[in-house]
Write a protein that binds this ligand. Structure first.
Ligand SMILES: Cc1cc2nc3c(=O)[nH]c(=O)nc-3n(C[C@H](O)[C@H](O)[C@H](O)COP(=O)(O)O)c2cc1C
Length: 97
């Protein structure tokens, strides 16, 4: 029988044990009930390589933006997407040859 020690992280305890044993031989991620940027970042700081999120993305397709804002960090996105939130930079002035 599997007993989850923390219902909020589901598979994370298993993933952390696997990562501890394998080190850098393999990338190890986790999924299941990750609901905040802080929680996702904590799992990365604890050594996991990837944190996957399912249902929260269905609820909020802009979840990466939300997580980044929660963590006070910036994310890189395509210019065309960024322009929609921060405006477009002024066009470069025409140069005379
Ligand atoms: C709509 C939906 C479809 C899913 N389909 C699959 C699937 O086909 N195979 C699978 O292994 N897991 C599937 N899952 C489970 C997810 O991969 C994931 O393990 C689960 O949603 C837990 O992560 P979450 O708490 O971030 O949603 C599905 C989940 C959802 C919400």
């Amino acid at each position: 029988m599997i007993v989850f020690s923390d219902a909020n992280e589901l598979q994370a305890p298993f993933a952390k044990r696997i990562k501890e044993k394998l080190g850098d031989k393999l990338l190890v991620g986790t999924v299941g009930s990750i609901t905040s940027g802080k929680q996702a970042n904590q799992l990365l700081e604890e050594g996991l390589d990837v944190v996957l999120v399912g249902r929260m993305f269905q609820k909020n397709p802009g979840l990466v933006w939300s997580f980044a804002e929660e963590l006070g960090t910036q994310i890189q996105v395509a210019n065309q997407i960024r322009w929609g939130f921060g405006g477009r930079p002024a066009a470069p002035k025409e140069r005379k040859l």
